[in-house]
Write a protein of this length. Structure first.
Length: 179
Protein backbone atom coordinates (compact mmCIF):
# COMPACT_ATOMS: atom_id res chain seq x y z
CA UNK A 1 0.00 0.00 0.00
CA UNK A 2 2.79 2.41 0.95
CA UNK A 3 4.73 1.55 -2.23
CA UNK A 4 1.66 2.20 -4.40
CA UNK A 5 1.07 5.57 -2.74
CA UNK A 6 4.74 6.46 -3.15
CA UNK A 7 4.63 5.44 -6.83
CA UNK A 8 1.54 7.60 -7.42
CA UNK A 9 3.26 10.53 -5.72
CA UNK A 10 6.35 10.09 -7.90
CA UNK A 11 4.19 9.92 -11.04
CA UNK A 12 2.30 13.05 -9.99
CA UNK A 13 5.59 14.85 -9.33
CA UNK A 14 6.87 13.81 -12.75
CA UNK A 15 3.67 14.99 -14.47
CA UNK A 16 4.06 18.30 -12.63
CA UNK A 17 7.63 18.64 -13.89
CA UNK A 18 6.52 18.01 -17.46
CA UNK A 19 3.71 20.56 -17.33
CA UNK A 20 5.76 23.17 -15.48
CA UNK A 21 9.07 22.97 -17.35
CA UNK A 22 8.47 21.55 -20.84
CA UNK A 23 8.10 25.05 -22.35
CA UNK A 24 11.26 26.31 -20.70
CA UNK A 25 13.24 23.25 -21.75
CA UNK A 26 11.97 23.54 -25.30
CA UNK A 27 13.06 27.20 -25.48
CA UNK A 28 16.52 26.31 -24.17
CA UNK A 29 16.92 23.46 -26.64
CA UNK A 30 15.57 25.49 -29.55
CA UNK A 31 17.82 28.47 -28.78
CA UNK A 32 20.85 26.23 -29.34
CA UNK A 33 19.62 23.75 -31.96
CA UNK A 34 17.51 26.19 -34.01
CA UNK A 35 15.31 23.32 -35.15
CA UNK A 36 11.86 22.63 -33.72
CA UNK A 37 11.92 18.84 -34.20
CA UNK A 38 15.41 18.50 -32.72
CA UNK A 39 14.41 20.69 -29.77
CA UNK A 40 11.32 18.55 -29.13
CA UNK A 41 13.47 15.40 -29.29
CA UNK A 42 15.95 16.88 -26.80
CA UNK A 43 13.15 17.74 -24.35
CA UNK A 44 11.65 14.28 -24.72
CA UNK A 45 15.06 12.68 -24.12
CA UNK A 46 15.53 14.84 -21.01
CA UNK A 47 12.22 13.70 -19.56
CA UNK A 48 13.07 10.08 -20.40
CA UNK A 49 16.28 10.47 -18.40
CA UNK A 50 14.30 11.96 -15.52
CA UNK A 51 11.90 9.01 -15.68
CA UNK A 52 14.80 6.58 -15.36
CA UNK A 53 15.88 8.39 -12.17
CA UNK A 54 12.42 9.23 -10.83
CA UNK A 55 13.12 7.55 -7.49
CA UNK A 56 15.60 10.34 -6.66
CA UNK A 57 13.41 13.30 -7.71
CA UNK A 58 12.86 14.40 -4.12
CA UNK A 59 16.64 14.69 -3.61
CA UNK A 60 16.99 17.39 -6.28
CA UNK A 61 17.20 20.84 -4.71
CA UNK A 62 16.50 23.07 -7.72
CA UNK A 63 14.54 21.11 -10.30
CA UNK A 64 14.50 23.93 -12.85
CA UNK A 65 18.30 24.23 -12.96
CA UNK A 66 18.67 20.44 -12.89
CA UNK A 67 16.34 20.00 -15.86
CA UNK A 68 17.94 22.80 -17.86
CA UNK A 69 21.34 21.24 -17.24
CA UNK A 70 20.07 17.87 -18.51
CA UNK A 71 18.73 19.50 -21.69
CA UNK A 72 21.92 21.53 -22.07
CA UNK A 73 24.05 18.37 -21.95
CA UNK A 74 21.78 16.63 -24.46
CA UNK A 75 21.99 19.62 -26.80
CA UNK A 76 25.79 19.74 -26.51
CA UNK A 77 26.00 16.02 -27.28
CA UNK A 78 23.86 16.52 -30.37
CA UNK A 79 25.98 19.47 -31.51
CA UNK A 80 29.15 17.40 -31.05
CA UNK A 81 27.67 14.53 -33.05
CA UNK A 82 26.66 16.94 -35.81
CA UNK A 83 30.28 18.11 -36.04
CA UNK A 84 31.41 14.61 -36.97
CA UNK A 85 29.71 14.77 -40.35
CA UNK A 86 31.99 14.58 -43.41
CA UNK A 87 34.18 17.58 -44.14
CA UNK A 88 32.50 18.15 -47.50
CA UNK A 89 29.35 19.10 -45.60
CA UNK A 90 31.34 21.71 -43.66
CA UNK A 91 32.69 23.17 -46.90
CA UNK A 92 29.18 23.29 -48.33
CA UNK A 93 27.96 24.99 -45.17
CA UNK A 94 30.78 27.53 -45.36
CA UNK A 95 29.95 28.22 -48.99
CA UNK A 96 26.37 28.90 -47.96
CA UNK A 97 27.33 31.15 -45.03
CA UNK A 98 30.27 33.05 -46.46
CA UNK A 99 29.58 36.01 -48.72
CA UNK A 100 30.13 34.89 -52.31
CA UNK A 101 29.27 38.04 -54.21
CA UNK A 102 32.38 39.51 -55.80
CA UNK A 103 34.81 37.08 -54.18
CA UNK A 104 37.11 34.98 -56.27
CA UNK A 105 37.54 31.29 -55.57
CA UNK A 106 40.88 32.11 -53.92
CA UNK A 107 39.30 34.73 -51.67
CA UNK A 108 36.51 32.34 -50.70
CA UNK A 109 39.07 29.65 -49.85
CA UNK A 110 41.04 32.15 -47.74
CA UNK A 111 37.85 33.15 -45.92
CA UNK A 112 37.02 29.49 -45.29
CA UNK A 113 40.53 28.91 -43.91
CA UNK A 114 40.17 31.94 -41.63
CA UNK A 115 36.81 30.64 -40.44
CA UNK A 116 38.38 27.24 -39.68
CA UNK A 117 41.23 28.91 -37.74
CA UNK A 118 38.75 30.91 -35.66
CA UNK A 119 36.76 27.75 -34.86
CA UNK A 120 39.99 25.94 -33.93
CA UNK A 121 40.81 28.78 -31.50
CA UNK A 122 37.33 28.55 -29.99
CA UNK A 123 37.90 24.82 -29.39
CA UNK A 124 41.08 25.66 -27.44
CA UNK A 125 39.20 27.78 -24.90
CA UNK A 126 38.45 26.35 -21.45
CA UNK A 127 35.04 24.67 -21.42
CA UNK A 128 33.22 27.33 -19.38
CA UNK A 129 34.46 30.19 -21.53
CA UNK A 130 33.87 28.22 -24.76
CA UNK A 131 30.26 27.48 -23.83
CA UNK A 132 29.46 31.12 -23.09
CA UNK A 133 31.22 32.40 -26.21
CA UNK A 134 29.48 29.88 -28.46
CA UNK A 135 26.06 30.76 -27.07
CA UNK A 136 26.77 34.47 -27.38
CA UNK A 137 28.60 34.72 -30.70
CA UNK A 138 27.23 31.77 -32.65
CA UNK A 139 23.75 31.34 -31.20
CA UNK A 140 23.26 35.08 -30.48
CA UNK A 141 21.78 34.54 -27.02
CA UNK A 142 21.68 37.37 -24.49
CA UNK A 143 23.49 37.22 -21.16
CA UNK A 144 20.18 36.53 -19.44
CA UNK A 145 19.40 33.64 -21.81
CA UNK A 146 22.88 32.19 -21.40
CA UNK A 147 22.58 32.41 -17.62
CA UNK A 148 19.29 30.52 -17.85
CA UNK A 149 20.74 27.81 -20.09
CA UNK A 150 23.83 27.27 -17.95
CA UNK A 151 22.16 27.79 -14.59
CA UNK A 152 24.63 30.51 -13.55
CA UNK A 153 24.31 34.20 -12.74
CA UNK A 154 24.29 36.85 -15.41
CA UNK A 155 27.42 38.41 -13.89
CA UNK A 156 29.19 35.04 -14.24
CA UNK A 157 28.17 34.99 -17.89
CA UNK A 158 29.61 38.47 -18.43
CA UNK A 159 32.86 37.53 -16.65
CA UNK A 160 33.27 34.34 -18.67
CA UNK A 161 32.48 36.17 -21.88
CA UNK A 162 35.09 38.83 -21.07
CA UNK A 163 37.71 36.15 -20.38
CA UNK A 164 36.73 34.23 -23.52
CA UNK A 165 37.09 37.30 -25.73
CA UNK A 166 40.48 38.14 -24.22
CA UNK A 167 41.68 34.56 -24.64
CA UNK A 168 40.41 34.51 -28.23
CA UNK A 169 42.28 37.73 -28.99
CA UNK A 170 45.47 36.16 -27.67
CA UNK A 171 44.93 32.93 -29.58
CA UNK A 172 44.17 34.75 -32.81
CA UNK A 173 47.24 36.98 -32.36
CA UNK A 174 49.32 33.84 -31.84
CA UNK A 175 47.82 32.31 -35.01
CA UNK A 176 48.72 35.44 -36.99
CA UNK A 177 52.29 35.39 -35.69
CA UNK A 178 52.71 31.79 -36.89
CA UNK A 179 51.81 32.67 -40.49
Amino acid sequence: MYDEARQRAIEAAFAGLVSQYSGTLYRVAYSVLRNAADAEDAVQEAFMRVLRHRETLDEVRDQRVWLIRIVWNIVLDRKRRAKTRPETDDVAELARVLPAGGLSAEERAAAAQHHARVLACVEQLPAKERQVLMLSAFEELTSVEIASVLGITESSVRSRLFRARNLMAGLLDHQRSLR
